[in-house]
Design a protein around this ligand. Structure first.
Ligand code: F6P
Length: 362
């Protein structure tokens, strides 16, 4: 049966989003004779009809190697609690009924929601209001449960590992401690895996609160053994044992989650004091979210796009595409967002890091 489906990308952008959009458009138009409607700027697009447009093959031509999302995105809020200005004052209102009205008016039979835990949670809420949704898991942080990996993560890892390779030359030449701060608000995957791949000497992740004295001892031991430089990778969410995460700005009505940043400076300053070594800090920031997606992310995003269509075809609403081993499968969104996928502090990857001589903060 012919269908009209919507697609939107929500939350922080990430390499591979365009591969998903292209996959959905191609699979729908070429093989199912369905129509695809692109919704711009995440769920916000369903509150403004000028942000809703049909997507044809021309719209997705050439987008596979492009980073970001041709549909735009936002990570500021949800239609269930939207900040509006009324008489000069900010108010929080639930505009989800308006979203439902727009979906019905546009004749959208189902929506493909490409997002992380936050966007997928909104998708489920909309489903409870009668909107059929399917999910595609996205985030460079790789912190979504029920999928071996999210697309975007692999590209972010490549960027972080490449940066570590480059930092090595200055570290070695100047006998410095080079600290690199990477993303990962709630999970340390990027820090851990890029740290192992990029030959880091110290990796700090939020799943293992760190002790500065022990970090200094490890760097000092290296120095005594003749390695006069050290490379440290810190996830932005890492924090000292008994201390707090370093927050740049707190959560607010228009900014639902706090912004992190600064742990690199925090650690570097303390190492400089206890070891009297020259330290420098590099914050990789949004470079990790940008750039052309890796081969892996292009392929995974494309396969997820096709799986989303299959889920709609089977009317398996409320399901999310996922990767299990080498197979594309699906799981209930509810199951995928029940908690975040964190690094196991005693798991194989951390133990491997430690056996490789990497200090993990404890
Ligand atoms: O969730 C992905 C992520 O990249 C986090 O690792 C990071 O804390 C956050 O997004 C940054 O978001 P923003 O683009 O709002 O600065």
């Amino acid at each position: 049966m012919a269908k009209t489906i919507g697609i939107l990308t929500g939350g922080g952008d990430c390499p591979g989003l365009n591969a998903v959009i292209r996959g959905v458009v191609k699979g729908a138009l070429l093989h199912r004779n369905w129509q695809v409607i692109g919704i711009e700027d995440g769920f916000d697009g369903l509150l403004d009809e000028t942000k809703i447009r049909p997507l044809g093959l021309d719209d997705v031509r050439g987008i596979l190697p492009r980073g970001g999302t041709i549909l735009g995105t936002t990570n500021k809020g949800t239609p269930f609690s939207r900040v509006i200005e009324k008489d000069g004052k900010k108010e929080i209102v639930d505009v989800s009924d308006e979203v439902v009205r727009t979906v019905r008016k546009k004749g959208i039979d189902a929506i493909v929601v490409v997002g992380g835990e936050g966007s997928l949670a909104i998708a489920l809420q909309l489903m409870q209001k009668g909107i059929p949704v399917v999910g595609v898991p996205k985030t460079i942080d790789n912190d979504l449960m029920e999928t071996d990996v999210t697309f975007g993560y692999n590209t972010a890892l490549e960027t972080a590992t490449d940066a570590l390779d480059k930092l090595h030359s200055t570290a070695e030449s100047h006998h410095r401690v080079m600290v690199m701060e990477v993303m990962g608000r709630y999970a340390g995957w990027i820090a851990l895996e890029s740290g192992i791949s990029g030959g880091a000497d110290v990796i700090l992740i939020l799943e293992i609160p760190f002790t500065i004295v022990k970090i200094c001892q490890a760097i000092d031991q290296r120095r005594r053994r003749g390695s006069r430089f050290s490379i440290l990778v810190a996830a932005e969410g890492a924090f000292p044992s008994g201390g707090d995460r370093v927050v740049k700005s707190g959560a607010s009505a228009g900014q639902p989650v706090e912004r992190l940043g600064g742990i690199g400076d925090y650690v570097a300053a303390r190492i400089a004091t206890c070891l009297d070594m020259d330290t420098r800090v590099t914050v990789l920031g949004h470079l990790q979210r940008g750039g052309s997606p890796s081969t892996f992310d292009r392929c995974l995003g494309s396969r997820f796009g096709i799986k989303a269509l299959e889920l709609i075809e089977a009317e398996a609403y409320g399901q999310m595409a996922c990767l299990r081993g080498t197979k594309i499968r699906s799981v209930p969104i509810e199951q995928a967002i029940r908690e975040l996928k964190l690094v196991n502090p005693h798991g194989e990857m951390v133990r491997a890091a430690e056996e490789l001589g990497i200090m993990v903060g404890r």
